[in-house]
Structures are given as structure tokens and as C-alpha cells.
Write a new protein. Structure first.
Length: 307
């Protein structure tokens, strides 16, 4: 086997999701050499082990033994990237954890940590040549990453874009964050899976289209929550492009026409909303975990190069 990258260093980027951890290995010029996916193990030790295992698998796929210079890691939730500290990431079982420090000790190289959707937005903006972009990722939760004027927007405490935890249904269930009726309890892959009750999500959409009452109610709530989330993102950040990613969008033909119609219906009675042209900004994108992993690798590659 030819050792790709032999004699030169490589960088790793990792996206830790609620169920899967994706990793890429990138050379010093920014070319991706290998990719891998592993199941995510929740909790402090589990997440660190998932990161290490995913990087090792990506290196094996890449066929390289070149030294690892550094790694970038994206996780859901509020992150302080300066310290690599994860405040609360309910979907992977972290709550106040110095992930960068722990991963650095495990890998023996510098590790930087940031919000996963922020890194995905950076990776996607770079790939599309966009300087003003928001990425809404519907996976386990409702994640938003924002790039304005070419720079990622993180906020004072790393919580910029945590729109999934805004209130949507005051009579709803308690969210893992502790609040009641959060937006992501209605607009996320997890919300649809709960509503499906053992069926596949495509079957849930099919049953709703056939007029089955409980399925139709669940899909209506999902569409209303997603439409509101899109409005919030555009009104808060006014980006050129709102990219929509996550496995849910594989079934987009079953719900996006309804979401667009809800936004257009609201705009019909509001010149303010009409002028925003929200639906014209929407763009479906492919696998966001790859964007996040690549964004993480590029981010840490640029940081180490500057240092």
C-alpha cells in the first residue's frame, strides 16, 4: 500500500453526532485523504473514545502513517472554542466538560473544539464560495450555524444559533435542556422518529398524506415548527443563503412544499415578510456531517498554520 501523505503531516476533523461520529483526514494542502464513520458513545469517556476511534479509522482508510499534527472536533451544543469546553450537549451526554483537554491527552496532539453546526457552516460556506450563510441541520436536534462576512458567528458564550431551544409549544414536553416545548421537540429528526412510533419516517409522511389523523397532526406540527425556525434564522441574521441539511431532508418532497406554503401564506399579509423573500434563500444540501468534519479539519489546519 502506498502511504499517502508519507513524510508530511496530516490533520483530522471530527463531527460527533447523537448517533454517529464522522471523521476525515486532510493533508497539509487541504485535500481529504480518507473518511470514516463510527457509532457515537455518549458520556465523557465515550465521546473521547469515539473521536479517537473515528480518526484511527479515517487514517486507516487514507492509508497513511504520516504524523497527525492536530485535530478539530465539532460537537452539538454550547461550546467555548477558546478553551475547548463543552457547556452542555444533551444529545451526547456532556455537561461541563473540557473536551479539548481530554482529547489532546488521548491523541497526543493539539485538539480544538467548536460547535458542530458552526463548523459545518464554515465548511459549506467554503465549498460554495459563500460569505453569508446559515446552515440549519435537522438531526437529533435543531442546530444552526452562521457565517457572516466570511467569519463564523459564535456569540459571547458560544451559544449563537441555539434556536432549537426557543419555545414553540408551551404545552409540550420537557426538553433535555430543561425547558418546556422547545422548537427542536417538534422540528428535528428525533421529533419525527418519536411521532412515527416504530414506523419509518417516510411511512409517517405517507400515512399523513393518506389522511391518518395522528400522523397528519404530527407532520403539521413539524412543518409549522420548521417554518418558524426558518423565519427566525432569516430575521435574526439576514443571510444570503439558508442551507438545509440532515437526514430528514431525504424526505423533503413530503414536507417542504407545505413549509414553503406556510411561509408564503404568512408573507401574503405582511409586506415585511414578502420583502425578505425567505423561500428564495433556501437550499437543500448533502450530508452535513461531512461538511462539519471537513470544516473542523480546515479550521484546525489554518489555526496551526497561523500559530
Amino acid at each position: 500500500m502506498t502511504d499517502r501523505g508519507s513524510g508530511r503531516g496530516v490533520y483530522a476533523g471530527v463531527d460527533v453526532g447523537g448517533t454517529k461520529t464522522a471523521a476525515v483526514v486532510m493533508d497539509e494542502d487541504g485535500a481529504v485523504l480518507g473518511r470514516a464513520r463510527r457509532p457515537t458513545r455518549p458520556g465523557e469517556s465515550g465521546v473521547v473514545e469515539s473521536v479517537v476511534a473515528a480518526i484511527a479509522e479515517a487514517r486507516r482508510v487514507a492509508g497513511t502513517t504520516a504524523p497527525l499534527h492536530a485535530a478539530g472536533v465539532g460537537v452539538p451544543g454550547a461550546v467555548d472554542p477558546a478553551r475547548g469546553f463543552v457547556g452542555r450537549a444533551v444529545n451526547i451526554g456532556l455537561d461541563g466538560f473540557a473536551l479539548a483537554e481530554a482529547a489532546t491527552a488521548a491523541l497526543g496532539v493539539p485538539v480544538r473544539v467548536d460547535n458542530d453546526v458552526t463548523l459545518a457552516a464554515q465548511g459549506l460556506a467554503h465549498a460554495l464560495g459563500e460569505s453569508s450563510l446559515a446552515l440549519i441541520n435537522l438531526g437529533t436536534g435543531f442546530g444552526v450555524g452562521v457565517v457572516l462576512d466570511g467569519a463564523a458567528l459564535r456569540g459571547h458564550r458560544g451559544a449563537a444559533g441555539e434556536i432549537g431551544h426557543l419555545p414553540f409549544d408551551p404545552r409540550g414536553s420537557r426538553c433535555g435542556c430543561g425547558l418546556i416545548g422547545c422548537l427542536e421537540l417538534s422540528a428535528s429528526g428525533s421529533a419525527l422518529a418519536r411521532a412515527a412510533g416504530g414506523r419509518s419516517v417516510p411511512q409517517l409522511f405517507a400515512d399523513a398524506a393518506a389522511g391518518e389523523a395522528s400522523s397528519a397532526t404530527a407532520v403539521d406540527a413539524f412543518c409549522a415548527a420548521l417554518a418558524l425556525g426558518l423565519r427566525i434564522v432569516v430575521q435574526a441574521y439576514d443571510v444570503d443563503t439558508v442551507a438545509l441539511g440532515g437526514g430528514v431532508f431525504a424526505s423533503r418532497e413530503a414536507f417542504m412544499p407545505r413549509v414553503r406554503a406556510l411561509i408564503d401564506d404568512q408573507a401574503a399579509s405582511s409586506s415585511f415578510l414578502r420583502d425578505l423573500r425567505i423561500t428564495e434563500r433556501l437550499r437543500i444540501v448533502d450530508d452535513t456531517s461531512s461538511s462539519a468534519a471537513e470544516g473542523a479539519a480546515n479550521w484546525v489546519r489554518e489555526q496551526v498554520a497561523v500559530a
